[in-house]
Design a protein around this ligand. Structure first.
Ligand code: COA
Ligand code: ADP
Length: 480
């Protein structure tokens, strides 16, 4: 628990960059503390995720409006990993502040910690980033004034926010490209198919009427309310699949494509898209039927939630297979596999932009070592553009230590000694890419996992190198 407290403080400091007292307080900082009561909890006495999403959205929206000086609406909430559940009697603390204003949108950083008032202990629950668009009354989107960072840490967060925005705007494109290029390996065999749960049994359809308490003073439905309804429908679908009450682990990015208003009917549909060994994905779609034009609907949001089922001993339960419905169900089954692979293989977070060409990433990936499922790296990635014609483009990687990203108990901290790519332009439409790594045998499984998503041929070569190094363990540093 002590380790968690320290970690939460460090993460909080890196996200919430202000100096207290008479020196500097960020003017957009908003704090919310809520005592978790039975009305906020599920049957297990744990805070409902939907309620947490509503509180996060409210806090972040107030922070956005402090900067914008006009009403703001939620456009997106980045992927969220829930590290802990919260229980009745505990206090949830939410802090939000604007990291950067772009043209009409701004990014708000949100940090959630949990506090046990009886022991005084605090620990991190999750961090999130939400984007809001400023929408003045009847005037559409509003051009925002720039956000001026007040400290060097805020300056850093300000730079990184631009990178996150770039990734957000390319999110759909990236997912589509990766889905079409990835090799899916978890097709069930015929025996597993026999005992599979038909996906149709997990289908949920529900409807909600948007009332004034669900909306802001301009009548726009709160993003947090829509997310809460989506989470609740997804949880029903998930419990139908496991015949129990699973735990929500991650939510992929929420993107609010269109607005809804008081008086709209929100149609919510959810189904289990795919089940893996111990986790499964539920997809949920929200559409708005607008007042007086009931035959016209707008697609508001689609989200993908990953659940796990815990046994009595708290261990992850092994799940049955799912039998997708023909057509869209089969497509979603494959897409869910690809999303899972992307989540695990490409799970990285930009934690510091040193300058234009040097950035530090925190990368989490699966491990083949016994005792833990995941390992992590803190990597400095440097790029060098060619100085002259004929020179290669260089990308170098190496592990670094960063106080803001200390090792944690649940991940095996691993190291890349020195690695990189050279990219040589050979002909107009041909580039030669060479990959170098100074590695110990322990690093090879990571590379193999990483390469698998790119090319099956490359993967075979790396697997052969891996085997060679395993057989020659005495050679500690080998350049491939
Ligand atoms: N993530 C983050 N920001 C995004 C985004 C995404 N997925 N998609 C668009 N944006 C940003 C754009 O970068 C742009 O910001 P900028 O002006 O600072 O560059 C801004 O949103 C507007 O984007 P644009 O492409 O001009 O969109 P639009 O005018 O067609 O519509 C909204 C944008 C937000 C007005 C529209 O999608 C909407 O009304 N969504 C629903 C919002 C809402 O009501 N939410 C509450 C719950 S329903
Ligand atoms: P996609 O089909 O590309 O996943 P959608 O926005 O159509 O995107 O739907 C998002 C998710 O919502 C789907 O993956 C599915 O899990 C769920 N969903 C969509 N339509 C239905 C439906 N008619 N019944 C149950 N669940 C649905």
């Amino acid at each position: 628990m002590m380790a968690e407290t320290k970690e939460s403080q460090l993460l909080e400091e890196s996200l919430f960059i202000w100096k207290t007292g008479d020196v500097y307080t960020n003017p957009t900082e908003v704090k919310m503390s809520q005592l978790i009561l039975p009305c906020h909890a599920n049957h297990r006495g744990e805070l409902s995720t939907g309620q947490l999403l509503k509180w996060m959205d409210t806090t972040a929206c107030l922070s956005a409006e402090r900067h914008a000086n006009c009403p703001c609406v939620t456009v997106s909430v980045d992927d969220i990993d829930f590290e802990h559940t919260l229980s009745i009697g505990q206090v949830v603390n939410i802090k939000a502040k604007v990291n950067r204003a772009f043209n009409t949108s701004l990014e708000v950083g949100i940090a959630i910690t949990c506090e046990d008032p009886s022991s005084g202990m605090q620990w991190k629950v999750c961090n999130a980033f939400a984007t809001f668009v400023a929408k003045g009354k009847g005037v559409g989107k509003v051009q925002l004034k720039p956000m001026v960072p007040g400290t060097s840490e805020e300056q850093m967060e300000h730079s990184i926010a631009a990178e996150r925005r770039r990734m957000r705007l390319r999110h759909l494109e990236t997912i589509k490209a990766l889905v079409s290029s990835s090799t899916i390996q978890n097709e069930p065999n015929s025996e597993e198919y026999q005992s599979a749960v038909p996906a149709g049994k997990t289908r949920v359809e529900s409807i909600e009427l948007v009332l004034p308490p669900h909306a802001n003073h301009q009548g726009n439905t709160f993003g947090g309310q829509i997310m809460a309804w989506m989470e609740s429908v997804a949880a029903i679908s998930a419990s139908r699949f496991c015949k129990g009450h699973p735990v929500l682990k991650t939510i992929d990015m929420f993107h609010f494509r269109g607005p809804s208003n008081v008086g709209d009917r929100i149609s919510l549909k959810a189904i289990v898209n795919n089940a893996f060994k111990t986790s499964f994905e539920v997809g949920v779609c929200a559409e708005a039927y607008h007042q007086e034009v009931w035959d016209r609907k707008t697609h508001i949001n689609s989200a993908f939630l990953t659940f796990v089922m815990l046994g009595k001993d708290g261990e992850l339960s092994t799940l049955p297979c799912i039998k997708p419905e023909p057509g869209d169900g089969e497509r979603r089954y494959r897409e869910a596999s690809a999303r899972k692979k992307i989540r695990l293989d490409r799970k990285f977070e930009l934690i510091q932009k040193v300058d234009e060409d040097d950035v530090i990433y925190h990368v989490i990936g699966p491990t083949h070592s016994k005792g833990s499922n995941f390992q992590d790296f803190v990597l400095l990635a440097s790029r060098r553009v060619p100085c002259a014609d004929g020179d290669p483009y260089l990308i170098a990687l190496r592990s670094v230590s960063l106080p803001a990203a200390p090792p944690t108990e649940d991940l095996v901290r691993s190291e890349v000694l020195c690695a990189g790519f050279t990219l040589w332009e050979e002909e107009d439409a041909q580039t030669r890419i060479t990959y170098y790594i100074q590695a110990t045998p322990g690093i090879l499984p990571y590379i193999t996992c990483n390469i698998t998503g790119l090319s099956a041929d490359l993967c075979k070569i790396i697997e052969a190198c891996h085997k060679f190094l395993e057989q020659n363990k005495d050679m500690t540093n080998v350049a491939l």
